[in-house]
Design a protein around this ligand. Structure first.
Ligand SMILES: Nc1ncnc2c1ncn2[C@@H]1O[C@H](COP(=O)(O)OP(=O)(O)OP(=O)(O)O)[C@@H](O)[C@H]1O
Length: 348
């Protein structure tokens, strides 16, 4: 089911956990909400699930309004499955009983429950562990039980609140693959919450960055990475330097800017005008120049990032160091001549 959140507001005391949040998730989409701790991600998910009434605004699921002025459809009538970070499994029940529980509570027949549980455990490849207790499973397997339970409910919308946060990095990567496969098989609209930008980029069809109860920007991972709407989004997604520049001329989607002493051409949005501005340069926007360059600086730090060495280069006259990818390790203090091959002028 599609999800539509319109101008949602939720106050805890005087603190707005949701401050005019609007977003729309298309049927079948994998949508990730990314943001720092405390920005309101869980509150948004709980409001969609029906666990948190809104103060203002509205929510529709599959075109049907479930929250709005004077309206609060309870969670059990929203046909939404929720997977929490803790997985919320019953410790005294077996894997199969955990998966069966919501179906049994809804009054399904025994044969229907058995068939459904078997199919769902097969989907998450846990049939062999149906009789085990959650305590006897790995973190990843517990996660899969929680997914199977969601699937068994027949939820066409699945909400996931940092479900991979407790896993070690290796298992996390494996579970990302599983989640993507689960999403493809089930076709369920998925809203996934995380504070990990790498995870968000890996999983999302589309994503939103939240900050202090607001959505700063929503779009595909490429849109947010290539054309962040402001410095907070640029700083939160991927690696970049942000620098003071002066815009000299704007020609359609490109601008000529003065970076230190050098004039460079970079990409920009429609609202950019001549004058002072902030430029985002990602490591891939810079290269080592073959000849002398008036953009030269000293290497202050080198970090190996698997396949490339990322150097932090301080250039005189620039207000922040530049991040550059190098094929070989450089030495601290080396002088590097650089050229700019791309960049994005941050909208004001
Ligand atoms: N029941 C509550 N009572 C009072 N304040 C709350 C309550 N739930 C959340 N908050 C506050 O609302 C804000 C948003 O909380 P929320 O849990 O939605 O953030 P989050 O982005 O999910 O954070 P995290 O990533 O740390 O889980 C925080 O400042 C939090 O302290």
């Amino acid at each position: 089911m599609s999800i539509l959140v319109s101008a949602a507001r939720k106050l805890f005391g005087s603190h707005p956990a949701l401050d005019d949040v609007s977003l729309s998730v298309a049927e079948g989409e994998f949508f990730v909400v990314l943001g720092p701790s405390g920005c309101g991600k869980s509150t948004l998910l709980r409001a969609i699930a029906g666990l948190e009434p809104l103060d203002e605004g509205a929510i529709s699921l599959g075109g049907e309004q479930v929250a709005g002025p004077g309206l609060h459809v309870p969670p059990e009538r929203r046909n939404v499955g929720v997977v929490f970070q803790s997985y919320a499994l019953w410790p005294h029940m077996s894997v199969a009983q955990n998966v069966a529980f919501p179906l049994e509570s809804a009054g399904a027949s025994r044969s229907m429950v058995e068939g459904r549980v078997a199919t769902c455990l097969e989907t998450v490849e846990l049939s062999a562990h149906a009789g085990r207790k959650p305590a006897d499973l790995s973190g990843g397997q517990r996660q899969r039980v929680a997914l199977a339970r969601c699937l068994a409910q027949g939820a066409r919308t699945v909400l996931m609140d940092e479900p991979l946060a407790n896993l070690d990095p290796h298992l996390r990567a494996a579970m990302e693959e599983e989640l993507a496969a689960f999403h493809q098989r089930s076709g369920a609209t998925t809203l996934f919450i995380t504070h990990d930008q790498r995870e968000a980029m890996a999983l999302a069809d589309r994503m939103a960055v939240m900050w202090a109860g607001r959505v700063l920007q929503a779009g595909t991972p490429e849109e947010l990475y290539d054309r962040p709407c402001d410095e907070r989004v640029a700083g939160f997604i991927g690696r970049s330097s942000r620098l003071n520049v002066t815009v000299q001329a704007v020609r359609g989607p490109r601008a000529l800017v003065l970076l230190g002493k050098r004039q460079v051409e970079v990409a920009c949005g429609a609202e950019v005008a001549a004058g002072p501005a902030r430029l985002m340069l990602r490591p891939e926007h810079l290269a080592v120049a073959g000849e002398a360059s008036d953009l030269a600086g000293r290497v202050a730090r080198v970090t190996y990032r698997g396949g490339v060495f990322e150097a932090l280069v301080r250039v005189e006259g620039l207000d922040a160091p530049l991040l550059v990818n190098l094929p070989q390790r450089a030495r601290i203090g080396d002088t590097l001549a650089l050229k700019v091959t791309g960049g994005w002028l941050l909208p004001r």
